[in-house]
Design a binder for this molecule. Structure first.
Ligand SMILES: [Fe+2]
Length: 252
Protein backbone atom coordinates (compact mmCIF):
# COMPACT_ATOMS: atom_id res chain seq x y z
CA UNK A 1 0.00 0.00 0.00
CA UNK A 2 2.97 2.24 0.33
CA UNK A 3 3.67 3.97 -2.91
CA UNK A 4 5.30 7.27 -2.19
CA UNK A 5 8.79 8.56 -1.67
CA UNK A 6 11.41 6.88 0.42
CA UNK A 7 9.25 3.91 1.39
CA UNK A 8 8.63 3.05 -2.23
CA UNK A 9 12.31 3.40 -3.08
CA UNK A 10 13.25 1.14 -0.19
CA UNK A 11 10.76 -1.47 -1.35
CA UNK A 12 12.37 -1.58 -4.77
CA UNK A 13 15.45 -2.82 -2.96
CA UNK A 14 13.53 -5.39 -0.99
CA UNK A 15 13.21 -3.43 2.26
CA UNK A 16 9.65 -3.15 3.52
CA UNK A 17 8.93 -0.28 5.91
CA UNK A 18 5.96 -1.03 8.13
CA UNK A 19 2.59 0.61 7.89
CA UNK A 20 1.87 2.64 11.05
CA UNK A 21 -0.60 -0.03 12.09
CA UNK A 22 2.06 -2.69 11.52
CA UNK A 23 4.61 -1.31 13.97
CA UNK A 24 5.12 -2.86 17.40
CA UNK A 25 5.16 -6.24 18.99
CA UNK A 26 1.89 -7.69 17.68
CA UNK A 27 2.73 -7.05 14.02
CA UNK A 28 6.19 -8.56 14.46
CA UNK A 29 4.61 -11.57 16.08
CA UNK A 30 2.10 -11.66 13.24
CA UNK A 31 4.84 -11.76 10.64
CA UNK A 32 6.61 -14.55 12.49
CA UNK A 33 3.44 -16.59 12.90
CA UNK A 34 2.49 -16.20 9.22
CA UNK A 35 6.01 -17.24 8.27
CA UNK A 36 5.78 -20.41 10.35
CA UNK A 37 2.19 -21.09 9.26
CA UNK A 38 3.11 -20.84 5.58
CA UNK A 39 6.54 -22.46 5.65
CA UNK A 40 5.54 -25.12 3.09
CA UNK A 41 3.51 -22.78 0.90
CA UNK A 42 6.11 -21.58 -1.60
CA UNK A 43 5.24 -24.33 -4.02
CA UNK A 44 2.98 -25.12 -6.94
CA UNK A 45 3.46 -23.69 -10.44
CA UNK A 46 2.96 -20.14 -9.16
CA UNK A 47 6.28 -20.34 -7.31
CA UNK A 48 8.12 -20.33 -10.66
CA UNK A 49 6.91 -16.95 -11.94
CA UNK A 50 4.73 -15.47 -9.18
CA UNK A 51 1.93 -14.74 -11.66
CA UNK A 52 -0.73 -17.17 -12.93
CA UNK A 53 -3.36 -15.88 -15.38
CA UNK A 54 -6.44 -17.71 -16.67
CA UNK A 55 -9.13 -16.70 -19.12
CA UNK A 56 -12.53 -16.05 -17.58
CA UNK A 57 -15.55 -17.53 -19.33
CA UNK A 58 -17.81 -15.03 -21.07
CA UNK A 59 -20.67 -16.13 -18.79
CA UNK A 60 -18.65 -15.30 -15.66
CA UNK A 61 -17.44 -12.04 -17.20
CA UNK A 62 -21.04 -10.97 -17.84
CA UNK A 63 -22.08 -12.03 -14.36
CA UNK A 64 -19.27 -10.17 -12.57
CA UNK A 65 -19.69 -7.10 -14.78
CA UNK A 66 -23.38 -7.04 -13.79
CA UNK A 67 -22.44 -7.37 -10.11
CA UNK A 68 -20.07 -4.41 -10.24
CA UNK A 69 -22.54 -2.25 -12.14
CA UNK A 70 -25.42 -3.09 -9.79
CA UNK A 71 -23.43 -2.27 -6.66
CA UNK A 72 -23.62 1.24 -5.20
CA UNK A 73 -20.57 3.48 -5.37
CA UNK A 74 -18.72 3.89 -2.13
CA UNK A 75 -15.33 4.97 -0.77
CA UNK A 76 -12.67 3.31 1.27
CA UNK A 77 -12.62 4.74 4.80
CA UNK A 78 -10.44 4.16 7.85
CA UNK A 79 -13.37 2.68 9.79
CA UNK A 80 -14.47 0.13 7.20
CA UNK A 81 -12.54 -2.78 8.67
CA UNK A 82 -12.67 -5.45 11.30
CA UNK A 83 -10.62 -5.86 14.50
CA UNK A 84 -7.55 -8.07 14.16
CA UNK A 85 -7.08 -7.22 10.49
CA UNK A 86 -4.37 -5.07 8.98
CA UNK A 87 -5.85 -1.84 7.74
CA UNK A 88 -4.79 1.40 6.01
CA UNK A 89 -5.35 4.23 8.51
CA UNK A 90 -3.45 7.08 6.83
CA UNK A 91 -5.65 9.81 5.33
CA UNK A 92 -3.24 10.55 2.46
CA UNK A 93 -3.11 6.89 1.42
CA UNK A 94 -6.90 6.58 1.66
CA UNK A 95 -7.31 9.71 -0.45
CA UNK A 96 -4.91 8.24 -3.01
CA UNK A 97 -6.86 4.97 -3.14
CA UNK A 98 -10.13 6.85 -3.61
CA UNK A 99 -8.59 8.88 -6.43
CA UNK A 100 -7.30 5.83 -8.25
CA UNK A 101 -10.26 3.49 -7.63
CA UNK A 102 -13.99 4.07 -7.74
CA UNK A 103 -15.04 1.57 -5.09
CA UNK A 104 -18.31 -0.34 -5.26
CA UNK A 105 -19.99 -1.90 -2.26
CA UNK A 106 -19.47 -5.61 -1.72
CA UNK A 107 -23.02 -6.91 -2.00
CA UNK A 108 -24.49 -10.24 -0.86
CA UNK A 109 -25.06 -11.17 -4.50
CA UNK A 110 -21.39 -10.51 -5.35
CA UNK A 111 -20.39 -12.81 -2.49
CA UNK A 112 -22.79 -15.47 -3.77
CA UNK A 113 -21.33 -15.19 -7.29
CA UNK A 114 -17.83 -15.48 -5.83
CA UNK A 115 -18.81 -18.58 -3.85
CA UNK A 116 -19.96 -20.23 -7.07
CA UNK A 117 -16.94 -19.05 -9.05
CA UNK A 118 -14.48 -20.26 -6.42
CA UNK A 119 -16.22 -23.61 -6.09
CA UNK A 120 -16.06 -24.03 -9.87
CA UNK A 121 -12.39 -23.03 -10.06
CA UNK A 122 -11.19 -24.51 -6.80
CA UNK A 123 -9.16 -27.23 -8.46
CA UNK A 124 -7.33 -24.75 -10.69
CA UNK A 125 -6.44 -22.54 -7.72
CA UNK A 126 -5.44 -25.58 -5.63
CA UNK A 127 -3.11 -26.72 -8.39
CA UNK A 128 -1.56 -23.31 -8.96
CA UNK A 129 -0.86 -22.72 -5.25
CA UNK A 130 -0.14 -26.29 -4.18
CA UNK A 131 -1.64 -25.83 -0.69
CA UNK A 132 -5.02 -25.17 1.00
CA UNK A 133 -6.26 -21.55 0.98
CA UNK A 134 -9.14 -19.29 1.94
CA UNK A 135 -10.29 -15.79 0.96
CA UNK A 136 -9.49 -13.32 3.76
CA UNK A 137 -10.88 -10.17 2.12
CA UNK A 138 -12.81 -8.92 -0.90
CA UNK A 139 -13.31 -5.57 -2.63
CA UNK A 140 -14.53 -4.38 -6.00
CA UNK A 141 -13.92 -1.18 -7.91
CA UNK A 142 -13.43 0.49 -11.23
CA UNK A 143 -9.79 1.40 -11.73
CA UNK A 144 -10.21 4.98 -12.88
CA UNK A 145 -8.62 6.24 -16.09
CA UNK A 146 -5.32 7.91 -15.46
CA UNK A 147 -5.29 11.67 -15.74
CA UNK A 148 -2.73 14.08 -14.45
CA UNK A 149 -0.20 12.53 -12.09
CA UNK A 150 -2.30 9.37 -11.74
CA UNK A 151 -1.87 8.68 -15.45
CA UNK A 152 1.76 7.79 -14.98
CA UNK A 153 2.79 4.28 -14.09
CA UNK A 154 2.84 3.77 -10.34
CA UNK A 155 6.07 3.11 -8.52
CA UNK A 156 7.50 -0.35 -8.83
CA UNK A 157 6.99 -1.91 -5.45
CA UNK A 158 6.33 -4.96 -3.32
CA UNK A 159 3.39 -4.87 -0.91
CA UNK A 160 5.40 -6.14 2.06
CA UNK A 161 2.79 -8.64 3.27
CA UNK A 162 3.61 -12.17 4.38
CA UNK A 163 4.82 -13.57 1.06
CA UNK A 164 2.48 -16.57 1.04
CA UNK A 165 -0.56 -14.27 0.82
CA UNK A 166 -1.57 -13.73 -2.81
CA UNK A 167 -3.97 -11.46 -4.63
CA UNK A 168 -6.56 -12.85 -7.01
CA UNK A 169 -7.94 -10.31 -9.48
CA UNK A 170 -11.05 -10.97 -11.55
CA UNK A 171 -11.00 -8.68 -14.59
CA UNK A 172 -14.23 -9.10 -16.58
CA UNK A 173 -13.11 -6.57 -19.22
CA UNK A 174 -9.51 -7.82 -19.36
CA UNK A 175 -6.47 -5.67 -18.62
CA UNK A 176 -4.73 -3.72 -21.37
CA UNK A 177 -2.84 -0.44 -21.61
CA UNK A 178 -6.18 1.07 -22.69
CA UNK A 179 -8.17 -0.20 -19.70
CA UNK A 180 -5.37 -0.05 -17.19
CA UNK A 181 -2.89 -2.78 -16.49
CA UNK A 182 0.02 -3.89 -14.34
CA UNK A 183 3.72 -4.31 -15.02
CA UNK A 184 5.44 -7.24 -13.32
CA UNK A 185 8.96 -8.48 -12.90
CA UNK A 186 8.29 -12.16 -12.47
CA UNK A 187 10.25 -14.49 -10.24
CA UNK A 188 12.09 -15.94 -13.20
CA UNK A 189 13.39 -12.44 -13.99
CA UNK A 190 11.20 -11.78 -17.02
CA UNK A 191 9.35 -8.48 -17.16
CA UNK A 192 5.82 -8.37 -18.52
CA UNK A 193 2.96 -5.94 -18.98
CA UNK A 194 -0.40 -7.66 -18.71
CA UNK A 195 -2.11 -7.02 -22.07
CA UNK A 196 -5.19 -9.18 -22.57
CA UNK A 197 -8.46 -7.77 -23.85
CA UNK A 198 -10.37 -10.98 -23.12
CA UNK A 199 -11.91 -11.44 -19.65
CA UNK A 200 -9.42 -12.98 -17.29
CA UNK A 201 -8.50 -13.75 -13.73
CA UNK A 202 -5.05 -13.73 -12.28
CA UNK A 203 -3.34 -14.79 -9.07
CA UNK A 204 -0.17 -12.94 -8.25
CA UNK A 205 2.39 -12.79 -5.48
CA UNK A 206 2.12 -9.17 -4.47
CA UNK A 207 4.94 -9.37 -1.94
CA UNK A 208 7.36 -11.41 -4.05
CA UNK A 209 6.84 -9.92 -7.51
CA UNK A 210 7.82 -6.32 -8.17
CA UNK A 211 4.82 -4.63 -9.76
CA UNK A 212 3.54 -1.23 -10.91
CA UNK A 213 0.04 -0.09 -11.72
CA UNK A 214 -0.51 1.57 -15.11
CA UNK A 215 -3.85 3.38 -15.34
CA UNK A 216 -5.60 3.35 -18.73
CA UNK A 217 -7.91 5.55 -20.75
CA UNK A 218 -11.21 3.99 -19.68
CA UNK A 219 -12.42 2.63 -16.32
CA UNK A 220 -11.52 -1.00 -15.66
CA UNK A 221 -13.81 -3.23 -13.60
CA UNK A 222 -11.87 -5.15 -10.97
CA UNK A 223 -12.73 -7.62 -8.22
CA UNK A 224 -9.92 -8.24 -5.76
CA UNK A 225 -9.63 -11.21 -3.40
CA UNK A 226 -6.81 -11.82 -0.95
CA UNK A 227 -5.95 -15.49 -0.55
CA UNK A 228 -4.24 -16.69 2.62
CA UNK A 229 -2.80 -20.15 3.35
CA UNK A 230 -5.21 -22.25 5.42
CA UNK A 231 -5.36 -25.68 7.00
CA UNK A 232 -8.32 -26.53 4.81
CA UNK A 233 -9.49 -24.86 1.61
CA UNK A 234 -12.68 -22.80 1.85
CA UNK A 235 -14.45 -21.38 -1.19
CA UNK A 236 -16.66 -19.20 1.02
CA UNK A 237 -15.08 -15.72 0.90
CA UNK A 238 -14.86 -13.64 4.07
CA UNK A 239 -16.00 -10.05 3.69
CA UNK A 240 -14.59 -7.91 6.49
CA UNK A 241 -14.79 -4.36 5.10
CA UNK A 242 -13.11 -2.65 2.16
CA UNK A 243 -10.24 -1.49 4.38
CA UNK A 244 -9.39 -4.90 5.83
CA UNK A 245 -6.52 -6.57 3.98
CA UNK A 246 -5.50 -9.69 5.85
CA UNK A 247 -5.83 -11.04 9.39
CA UNK A 248 -3.07 -10.49 11.90
CA UNK A 249 -2.94 -14.18 12.65
CA UNK A 250 -3.98 -17.19 10.59
CA UNK A 251 -6.74 -18.08 13.06
CA UNK A 252 -8.38 -14.59 13.04
FE1 LIG B 1 0.92 -3.28 -4.83
Amino acid sequence: MLRFGIRSTLRQFGIYPDLPSQGGLIPQLSELVWRIWSRDCDRGPISRTGVATELLTLAWAASFQAEIDAAPSTTITAEDTKPLYFTEPRPAELAYLNRVNEYRAVTPSLLQALREFLAENRQTIDERLGHPWRVASVRQFYLRPGEGPEGHPGNKHLDGWPPAIRKLFILPAGATPRTGTTWFRMRDGRETLLDEARPLWSVFENSRVLHALTPGKVPRPTIELNLVPARKTSTDPAYVGINAWYPRFPWN
